[in-house]
Design a protein around this ligand. Structure first.
Ligand SMILES: [Zn+2]
Length: 283
């Protein structure tokens, strides 16, 4: 439910983005006659039985796959471990490169695929591993096999891991303590603006595009934060890739907080979002 609501808080698409998305959908032959120009960020949610070709693109006349149809929008996988392991691995390159080249005997075609990847999963086959409500009935081997479908390198490429506990029926009360999408979107837009301003002379738009060199320049930590990050790095056994992701996320949290510098609480929040490293691969 949360994933489906996500496009409502993403920044509005620019006209150039709309054109690019419309072109891809037109090439795929799925553009509806009623929408000459797509102005909403796409939300694609393929079934777990999806083939590699449908996901990344291909075929005799190479068509864009789901990753390209999700360009500038969201690609959502429900029940991540149900997907074919090899299919999941094909995501690694596109997540990094934001484009995909489909090679054929006579030619190769490159499609853009700059999407936000969201996936949901249970903690184990029965769904209760780590739950306070009910004991988990899975054997350690079953859990290992289930989680093992998601490789460390794929997990490394996901910025935020968040554990969500079951919501009690009584808590489904819309009237209290809720922030609506419009308010959240305003915060997102203002953080985006800060980033566009900061990077206006270097040809990138957002923190997610920071290269390791740029991270050194724009994600500066004070001495205390450095100590915390180093400690987290060794205790969670993080990869270099996870390390730079934490810094980029901390930079974004600081931007949402309208703070020029990354402070300790921005960094610790970003470290919190690596819960899967901790749960399954950490100590
Ligand atoms: Zn279980």
């Amino acid at each position: 439910m949360i994933s489906r609501r996500l496009p409502t808080i993403l920044p509005d698409m620019t006209f150039e983005e709309s054109l690019e998305v419309t072109k891809i959908h037109s090439i795929a032959g799925i553009l509806s006659a009623h929408t000459p120009l797509i102005s909403q960020r796409p939300f694609r949610h393929p079934h777990h039985t999806i083939s590699g070709i449908s996901l990344v693109g291909g075929g005799k006349i190479p068509k864009p796959g789901e990753i390209s149809l999700a360009h500038f929008g969201v690609l959502y996988f429900d029940e991540l471990p149900e997907f074919n392991k090899n299919t999941l691995e094909t995501l690694r390159g596109p997540l990094e490169d934001k484009e995909i080249t489909i090679s054929r005997v006579n030619a190769s075609i490159t499609y853009p695929c700059n999407f936000m990847f969201i996936a949901s999963m249970n903690p184990c086959p029965c769904g209760y591993y780590g739950s306070k409500e009910k004991p988990c009935s899975c054997t350690p081997d079953q859990i290992k096999k289930y989680i093992g479908k998601i490789s460390g390198p794929l997990l490394d490429r996901i910025d935020l891991h968040i554990e969500v506990s079951p919501v009690k029926f009584d808590n489904f009360d819309n009237s209290k303590n809720t922030t609506d999408s419009k308010t959240i979107k305003e915060r997102v837009n203002s953080a985006r603006k800060i980033q566009q301003e900061r990077y206006k002379n270097i040809g990138i738009f957002s923190n997610s595009e920071l290269t390791p060199k740029l991270i050194e320049k724009y994600c500066i930590l004070d001495t205390e934060s450095k100590k915390i990050l180093n400690a987290a790095f060794s205790s969670l056994g993080l990869s270099a890739r996870a390390y730079s992701r934490i810094l980029k996320v901390a930079r974004t949290i600081a931007d949402l907080d309208n703070s020029e510098n990354i402070k300790v609480h921005h960094l610790t929040e970003a470290i919190q979002y690596r819960s899967l490293d901790r749960k399954y691969w950490g100590n």
